[in-house]
Write a protein that binds this ligand. Structure first.
Ligand code: TYD
Ligand code: MG
Length: 457
């Protein structure tokens, strides 16, 4: 079969060239030309062809049969998917190398195979022997999963057509190669072509496909997020490789909400769901100066996490500001508000803030916890009454004038703290009768660190 000629299309201006150029001759931008098959392009962007007009149907008359979902048996994954995989759908699972994408997908296929589903694991990254070595540790049906170690797209698609599994994992989309495009595997043109052709087979044969994608340094999936519009759902596996906990979030989901997140723990025998992460974090929380329990939200679920701060004299100008699990700029804001509106200055000290267990809390509700942890560390005092059975919990956003501002789901956060007997719950006003409503950071400090203070060493 002669190889069809490909074209190179500028992703900035749409200019088309036969050959690849580093700089687009049309608009002068660099590195914007992407290789494409002309046929794929014509079908989408060509002039409208004469056709028979169709009759639009009122939504009320549209029949929408409920499709049975494919439960992977991994509760946190099913929940983030919005109730399991939808047959014929395409899911992109992204995450940095080593985070556990292969582990999670192998486990899911194992459970599905154990439940009598037809599965297929396509590995373009590892040999069949390597896949087996991982699977051996994961138990539960994983050894029944058929594996295909292959990087040629045509072979993979033919195998899909022939095997017609219910669920197929392609690990990873960047390793498959469409022979009719000249670009290297993983290039934008290749990745788009692979996903596009896999999607067609998935829809036609009702195969649920999970495409694994490595996240590049810039944090985008498979280069410039080229696949997001092509797939039905985008899941992101986050966390730090060396840390225990990982979170799975839906960034896009045609079949469910995107607010949900799942928490996993990486162990010697695979990923283990952490159904009650709050219990873990509360149990391990210390009452030492600089430790604060934050009632955070992980998607639509409340989650109690421990925020720790260390404040120590610095020889550096400017002093260190080191964060893990929160945004660095947010710490700068909290430190400024602490100094300006609450009389807690740490200008000549190093400040370290860490969310325990490798969790990330990128939400304004974390401000108060960070502020109390830093203030407690600076004053050498634990927050709350040391004689009380449980530590307080807190949440709230800091305004630039030192006020404490309400955040979403206040009552659910308070209820989660109450579930573990944390008392009081220091919160912005309006978070319900069970919380101690506070108007400003100054009030919160008074409630959390009453009495005279002992300066930090
Ligand atoms: P992996 O799933 O291969 O990550 P990815 O496909 O996202 O690149 O595994 C990630 C890491 O997890 C790997 O370094 C080894 C470790 N690991 C465990 O700790 N326990 C296990 O049971 C498995 C399978 C892996
Ligand atoms: Mg992998």
């Amino acid at each position: 079969m002669p190889r069809p000629a490909t074209v190179h299309v500028c992703s900035a201006c749409g200019h088309t060239e036969g050959k690849w150029h580093g700089q687009c001759p049309g608009c002068g931008e660099w590195n914007t030309l992407v290789e494409e098959r002309p046929a794929a392009r014509d079908s989408g962007r060509g002039p409208a062809r004469a056709g028979r007009a169709a009759r639009p149907v009122p939504l009320a008359e549209v029949r929408a049969p409920r499709v049975a979902r494919l439960w992977t048996g991994i509760g946190e994954l099913d929940r983030v998917l919005g109730g399991g995989l939808v047959p014929g759908s395409l899911v992109l699972l992204g995450g940095s190398p080593g985070i556990g994408k292969s582990t999670l997908t192998t486990m899911a296929l194992g459970r599905l195979a154990g439940a009598g589903r037809r599965t297929l694991y396509v590995s373009g990254e590892e040999s069949a022997a390597q896949v087996r070595l991982r699977a051996e540790r994961l138990g539960d049906g994983t050894m029944d999963v058929p594996v295909l170690a292959e990087t040629d797209l045509d072979t993979v698609l033919s195998t899909l057509e022939h095997e017609r599994p219910d669920v197929c994992v392609i690990d990873s989309v960047q390793t498959l190669h469409a022979p009719e495009l000249a670009g290297a595997p993983g290039s934008v043109g290749q990745v788009r072509e692979v996903a596009d052709r896999v999607a067609r087979v998935a829809k036609a044969r009702d195969v649920a496909v999970v495409l694994v994608g490595h996240v590049t340094k810039e944090g985008s999936l498979a280069g410039p997020r080229v696949l997001e519009h092509l797939v039905d759902a985008v899941l992101q596996f986050e966390g730090e490789r060396e840390r225990t906990y990982r979170t799975l979030r839906a960034l896009k989901n045609r079949f469910g909400a995107t607010a949900d997140a799942g928490v996993f723990e990486m162990r010697g025998d695979g990923l283990v769901e952490v159904a009650d992460a709050s219990a873990r974090f509360v149990e391990s929380a210390t009452r030492e100066p600089g430790s604060v329990v934050l009632a955070a939200m992980e998607g639509t679920r409340p989650l109690l996490v421990e925020v720790q701060a260390l404040v120590s004299p610095s020889e550096l100008v400017p002093p260190r500001r080191v964060v893990s699990g929160i945004d660095r700029n947010r710490l700068a804001l909290v430190l400024a508000v602490l100094a300006r509106h609450a009389g807690v200055g740490v200008g000549s000290a190093d400040v370290f803030v860490n969310v325990v267990g490798g969790m990330r809390v990128d939400e304004p509700g974390a401000d108060l916890a960070v502020a109390l942890a830093v203030a407690g560390a600076a004053r050498g005092r634990g927050i709350g009454d040391p004689a009380a059975a449980a530590p307080p919990a807190c949440f709230g956003e800091l305004g630039l004038t030192g006020e404490l501002r309400p955040v979403a789901h206040g009552e659910r956060r308070v209820a989660e703290a109450a579930r573990f007997g944390l008392n009081p719950v220091l919160a912005p006003e309006g978070a319900g009768p069970k919380a101690r409503g506070l108007g400003s950071l100054r009030d919160a400090l008074r409630a959390a660190l009453p009495g005279p203070s002992r300066a930090a060493a």
